[in-house]
Design a protein around this ligand. Sequence first.
Ligand code: SAH
Length: 302
Amino acid sequence: MNSASALLWWRLELPIPYELEESLFWKLTDLGLYRVAFQHAPEVPAERTLLAWLPTSEWSELDRDQLMASLRPLAEPFGLTLANPIWCQVADEDWSLGWKKHWQPDPVGQRLLILPAWLEVPEEHCNRLVLRMDPGSAFGTGSHPTTRLCLEALEKNPPQGLRVADLGCGSGVLGLAALGLGARQVLAVDTDSLAVSASRENAELNGLDLDRLRVALGSVDALESLLQGQAVDLLLCNILAPVIEALAPSFDQLLSFKGRCLLSGLLVDQAPRLTAVLEALGWRVSCLTKQGQWGLLDVSRS
Ligand code: SAH
């Protein structure tokens, strides 16, 4: 994708019962679709609207029908059926406005506040550490349970003075939190160029020196170039269990002798398998933290 501003998007709007939010999110990210939002009105807690944006150049009518056909079975275990989707074509500006409309200040844990860039800090949250974010077009505004699990784990054990890597940085939210909680430097990579630019923009929004939050396009190789031969103390990786499993053999070379990883993006059901894979590679999983069906593994060298 060269210029994001030249894109036209299909915007999917699909009313869903709240029970389906996690499975739909899971399925969509599994399909590589990260430009997704769930809208909800506080007065109707049982309902959500799924919004997803797909580039028009890549999604024919047939592709979109197939996408819906792959989502429908997710409702069956709940005895529910999905409503008919509404598809409309929107320009790039609508995409970011769409986000803006649905985004509110979001307190996380005891100390953090994710704040849309265009809002003031609400009085009741004035003691929190503010992470200003323009959601732009990258996943990871903090609303997903796995992002929250990572943020809460960082808050619980602040990475004071540590050098941190963020593999799959999305909007950069985890790196921003790590720096706000005392990390010395964050090195972040993502395979999606929109995520890379969003992370850089969010670093700037928070007045961070680009040397403290370095961002590059790519995966483990890109991260290794950023490391410049010096391993990190903490690795954050919130992707999906199969992706983490595939990346796990590289963790050894990324992390220092006392290094630790916070791994999320997995379903609780997937934790035993991922734990076995990590243990076979010489890692020790010290705890599994859960939020709904999502989990986070806290991992260190055995
Ligand atoms: N760290 C953010 C975003 C998580 S979403 C948060 O916690 O909220 C997962 C991100 O990983 C996406 O932005 C996706 O583009 C990226 N990604 C997926 N596979 C990857 C890989 N193999 N290497 C690096 N990034 C990857």
